[in-house]
Design a protein around this ligand. Structure first.
Ligand code: ARG
Length: 608
């Protein structure tokens, strides 16, 4: 049997041969071996292991038997899937993971885990911290995120890109990749001609004194009015574009001034959302590189003439890329060709991620396909993907707008979040219990947390309805519910009057209790964290982490309702006994939740 080098895609999803703490990955390896021994002739027998949806069907299931039976039938040697399942079962190598398997229905293999396999994983959470699944190779990951346009409003689509991109980069950093976050600002284009011309007219002294432009949108509109109504201005604006592209120092200075005003505004949003190390590298960065790209394409004979334009057809897309416009200018296509080339060959990116709305899917398909055709990257070594997302809708299910029909300003949206979260906290009477400082921390935690979580908890490719009422509910899969649940769990050991240090010591000697079914269920749930991370690393569907987080919180509640951690005297209320093992389960739950929050960019507070 040949051991083909696994592609970069497979490596991430399986956690490599050394699955380590990845339970599903470990089981996959075991069943891979069983399949190989049972059916050596089937080189592409699929190893389908997944967590069971229903408790009575074991902890995990291997569903390969049905598929193999089909493959055998196609080869002319039909065997019933149940027999295939038995064959697989008979060839499971000896291991320390599986307690027993049983075969159900048409050939499902139900897997029950060994307690002695799970408990050290939970102990490890306490003694070593919450660790990611082992990485087969540290990679350079380039994430294109946020990417608003200079002098225009940063809108809710850019907010989605920022939130999703931030979470993906946190995930990548957590597992140990080398991450570069690029803000692909729209900072180059013909609109700068009119902006700069208008600037030079309004503030002729701009080289010596910074123009007091507060509202760049207003300034943009003014210049647009002149551009549309004044032929002479229009001509000057066009000339200005040429001077800008020619790199004339005083014009570059004007361009920088305008970009800086926008960037200052964008940075306020990033600071509030706790987005750090986002490198502003806009379209202008690729100006010279676009010349090189066009030269390359011309030299290679890849361009065709079409009505004065130079275009390039790609294998997988009906629409050709426009590389040079009839006036000689470049396009969004040209800049993304240069961008991809730069990220692969200069940044040495091994995984490129573009977090951009679904409306641009055709554009990216064509770009990726074109670059593959040109041999600019090898898909076996470099993984490139458009992480697409749907639109945000208002509560009327129409495109998200203010009541007057304007685009919603992000700053006002965040402000409203703050106002509404404070309201919610006050309704709960929290302002009477918390200090002013604690209240403010809780307010911010809830406001930004709920906005981020509402976005991340929906499958990103779907549209979702933005509703403060919904996201501030304290029941269901919401940030508020989870943040509260977390705070409560954190307070259990405090109530038991056991110090964190003491618990950490105890973890080394006290075994994790798994006798009670709810203890066992919780322990297994916590042990699934690495496999969730592994899967998300592959599919970049962050809502999977949210679903898991919600499951952890619910499984904990089931446990806590029936498994007492602290026994108090009914009369005096004094603590009579503390179950250290169970407190360890509480601590491990809190640690897993905290790590999930961290990846999602949520900041839980000690008190709320
Ligand atoms: N500025 C663009 C927009 O607002 C998004 C840029 C996305 N990134 C890219 N490499 N094309 O639509």
């Amino acid at each position: 049997i040949s051991h083909l080098k696994r592609s970069i895609v497979e490596e991430e999803s399986q956690g490599g041969d050394a699955a380590g703490n990845n339970v599903c990955g470990k089981l996959t390896e075991i069943f891979r071996t069983a399949l190989r021994v049972a059916y050596p002739a089937l080189t592409n027998a699929p190893v389908a292991v997944q967590p069971s949806q229903v408790e009575k069907f074991g902890d995990y299931q291997c569903n390969s038997a049905m598929i193999i039976a089909q493959q055998l039938k196609a080869q002319g040697s039909p065997v019933s899937p149940r027999v295939v399942a038995q064959q697989i079962q008979a060839n499971i190598p000896s291991n320390d993971v599986i307690e027993k398997v049983d075969i159900a229905g048409p050939g499902f293999i139900n897997i029950h885990l060994k307690k002695s396999f799970i408990t050290p994983l939970v102990t490890g959470i306490l003694t070593q911290g919450v660790l990611p699944p082992p990485l087969s190779k540290k990679r350079k990951v380039v994430i294109d995120m946020s990417s608003p346009n200079i002098a225009k409003e940063m809108h809710i689509g850019h907010l989605r890109s920022t939130i999703i991109g931030e979470s993906i980069s946190r995930l990548m950093e957590f597992v140990g990749h080398d991450v570069l976050k690029v803000n692909h600002l729209g900072d180059w284009g013909t609109q700068f001609g009119m902006l700069i011309t208008h600037l030079a007219d309004q503030f002729p002294n701009y080289l010596n004194e910074s123009p007091p432009i507060q509202d760049l949108q207003k300034f943009y509109k003014e210049s647009k009015v002149r551009f549309d109504g004044d032929e002479e201005f229009k001509k000057r604006a066009y000339k200005m574009v040429v001077r800008l592209q020619g790199g004339e120092p005083s014009i570059i200075k004007a361009w920088e001034l305008i970009c800086d005003i926008s960037k200052t505004e964008f940075n306020k949003i990033y600071a509030r959302l706790d987005v750090k190390n986002l490198i502003p590298r806009g379209e202008s960065f690729y100006q010279e590189r676009m010349n090189v790209v066009v030269q390359k394409l011309e030299a290679g004979g890849h361009l065709e003439f079409d009505d004065g334009r130079k275009i390039m057809f790609t294998p997988d897309s009906a629409v050709p890329l426009t590389i040079v416009k009839s006036d000689g200018g470049y396009t969004y296509d040209t800049s993304d060709m240069a961008t991809l080339y730069q990220r692969v060959h200069e940044d040495k990116g091994e995984r490129l991620i573009y977090v951009v709305d679904a409306g641009q899917a055709t554009h990216f398909d064509a770009i990726f396909s074109g670059c593959r055709k040109l041999g600019w990257y090898d898909p076996n070594n470099v993984r490139i993907e458009h992480v697409s997302f749907g639109v945000v809708l208002g509560e009327d299910k129409k495109k998200f707008k203010t009541r007057s029909g304007d685009v919603v300003k992000l700053v006002s949206l965040l402000d409203e979040g703050l106002r509404r979260s404070l309201e919610t906290l006050k309704e709960k009477g929290r302002d009477k219990v918390l200090t002013a400082e604690e209240l403010k921390a809780a307010q911010e935690s809830v406001a930004y947390g709920c906005i981020k979580y509402a976005d991340l908890s929906h499958r990103r490719t779907n549209d979702y309805i933005f509703s403060f009422d919904k996201m501030l509910e304290d029941k269901g899969n919401t940030a508020v519910y989870l943040l509260y649940a977390y705070t409560r769990i954190r307070s259990i050991s405090r109530k038991a009057e056991v110090l964190a240090e003491t618990l950490k010591e105890a973890a080394k000697t006290t075994s994790i209790p798994v006798e009670h079914p709810k203890e066992w269920k919780l322990a297994k749930c916590l042990a699934r964290f690495p496999e969730i991370i592994s899967r998300t690393l592959d599919d970049l569907f962050i809502h999977g982490i949210c679903d898991y987080l919600y499951e952890v919180a619910n499984t904990f509640t089931e446990f806590y309702e029936v498994c007492y951690c602290i026994v108090k005297n009914k009369q005096t209320g004094e603590i009579e006994s503390v179950d250290t093992g169970r407190l360890l389960l509480c601590e491990a739950t809190a640690a897993i939740m905290a790590k999930c929050f961290d990846i999602l960019g949520l900041h839980p507070v000690e008190k709320m």
